[in-house]
Design a protein around this ligand. Structure first.
Ligand SMILES: Cc1cc2nc3c(=O)[nH]c(=O)nc-3n(C[C@H](O)[C@H](O)[C@H](O)COP(=O)(O)O)c2cc1C
Length: 187
């Protein structure tokens, strides 16, 4: 790894009352927290009241500032009616240049689909804001059965997927950070 650790922002997309999201997000944050390639932060959308009308306010400016300083993103998404949470769409639409020329990975969860349908939709949306989505992702099927009371999982596919996804995010993150420093992204 060349230079400083990559700044990775993990964005938690579910804001539902009684959500399961913190269990998944905290597991992923523990996983990436041990990885020296990344300096990791978390943006929990439940704590960022981004307006639905996309008006600019202090929360939006703070959110954009976090994104601007990031080299890579992970979107933690649940699946609702074969889609991803509305709060996550509002978050993506609340910024523009801050996303551009940066890689993104996905940690999804849900019922039988493991959130994979939400991720397929997100891949279309992140391409529109000039992000590069990495191929590998983490998916928890029947998510509530995959974690014990301490928030640990024995889901081998998810654990393996996280390692592969982080490898791809580190590769793209470094390549694109270097490229953005050499020449501004054309947009
Ligand atoms: C409104 C709603 C719709 C859902 N639709 C789906 C779905 O289409 N596919 C699926 O696999 N799970 C679905 N689920 C199950 C959720 O993925 C599961 O409850 C998950 O825990 C939701 O994330 P959260 O608890 O962080 O909000 C749905 C849950 C809710 C509340």
């Amino acid at each position: 790894m060349t230079g400083a650790a990559l700044r990775l922002e993990v964005i938690v997309g579910s804001v539902r009352a009684g959500r399961f999201a913190p269990t998944v997000a905290e597991w992923f944050l523990r996983t990436v927290g041990a990885d020296p390639r990344f300096d990791t932060g978390v943006i929990d959308l439940a704590e960022y009241p981004l307006p639905l009308d996309l008006a600019e306010n202090d929360a939006v400016r703070a959110f954009r500032g976090r994104l601007a300083a990031a080299d890579a993103f992970v979107l933690v998404t649940s699946e609702y009616n074969h889609g991803y949470p509305a709060a996550l769409k509002t978050a993506i639409d609340s910024a523009k240049h801050e996303w551009r020329g940066k890689p993104v990975g996905f940690v999804s969860y849900g019922g039988v689909s493991g959130g994979l349908r939400a991720v397929e939709q997100l891949r279309q949306v992140v391409a529109e804001v000039h992000m590069v989505s990495v191929r590998e992702s983490v998916s928890f099927h029947r998510v509530k059965r995959q974690f014990d009371a301490a928030g640990q999982t024995a889901d081998g596919a998810a654990i393996d997927g996280a390692a592969r996804m982080l490898g791809q995010l580190a590769w793209w993150g470094l390549a694109l950070r270097t490229a953005r420093a050499d020449e501004p992204y054309p947009g």
